[in-house]
Design a protein around this ligand. Structure first.
Ligand SMILES: [Zn+2]
Length: 245
């Protein structure tokens, strides 16, 4: 059966050719005229063939969107007259909090006090089904939903107020999971032999297809706004992932 030619466009979005953009995946700047066709025929993919960034407002942002949202980045962001195609700006290496870690000193953001509840049978009942194989003192898990996180906090298995490795607190993550119940948290349990025993969250992930189509732009905006500057962010048309641990 002859197929329809793939080149027939089903989306007609075009960037302003002079618009400067910045790619969240490869951290490079380029202009709208250099964008490549995306899978549905629009011009919404990163200019660089070795990068899979795609979608305006998803991976491809107006060049000065991020420094507008985070004044701490303004000083390190290039001014418009300095922009050139291929210029790289990695906001995480530009984060002064990150460079502080380069001196080898322990991070002051890592929790050093234990969670109060040491009932490991109960902890296993809450997390066992989504836990992975232990790695040393840590037992990772994925797919933690809002109600389960609320139980871990209520019962004293996680500290509500201490950010882990520069990420949001468990309370802040819970607020996001309650607003977006299609999102899940990931993290690990630190073994009770350690002073920082307890459940630690290290990331949030969300399958976009679980969210009604009309709500997806709001989800992407909320995700980038909440988690865009706390660690690493991966956004593609079907999956949003942020991690900081
Ligand atoms: Zn890119």
């Amino acid at each position: 059966m002859p197929g329809r030619p793939f080149s027939e466009p089903t989306a007609t979005f075009r960037f302003d050719p002079d618009q400067w953009l910045w790619c969240l995946h490869c951290h490079r700047f380029f202009q709208g005229r250099e964008a490549r066709p995306d899978r549905v025929g629009g011009m919404q993919s990163c200019a660089f063939a070795d990068c899979d960034g795609a979608g305006f407002g998803v991976d491809l942002l107006a060049w000065d969107d991020w420094p507008r949202q985070n004044p701490d980045l303004r000083a390190s962001w290039p001014v418009r007259s300095d922009l050139r195609t291929g210029l790289v700006l990695d906001p995480w290496s530009a984060d002064p909090d990150e460079t502080d870690d380069d001196d080898g000193a322990p991070s002051p953001r890592t929790p050093a006090r234990p969670a109060p509840n040491r009932d490991l049978h109960r902890l296993d009942a809450l997390l066992g089904a989504i836990s992975l194989d232990p790695v040393g003192d840590l037992t990772p898990f994925r797919g933690l939903d809002g109600p389960s996180l609320a139980a871990l906090l209520d019962e004293g298995f996680a500290l509500p107020d201490l950010p882990y490795d520069g990420g949001p607190t468990a309370t802040e993550c819970l607020a996001f999971l309650r607003q977006w119940p299609q999102a899940w948290a990931q993290g690990h349990v630190v073994a009770p032999t350690r002073a920082d025993y307890g459940v630690v969250l290290t990331g949030i992930e969300c399958s976009v297809r679980r969210v009604p189509r009309d709500d997806r732009p709001a989800l992407r905006a909320a995700f980038v706004q909440r988690f865009g500057l706390v660690g690493a962010l991966y956004c593609d048309p079907v999956e949003l992932t942020a991690w900081w641990g």
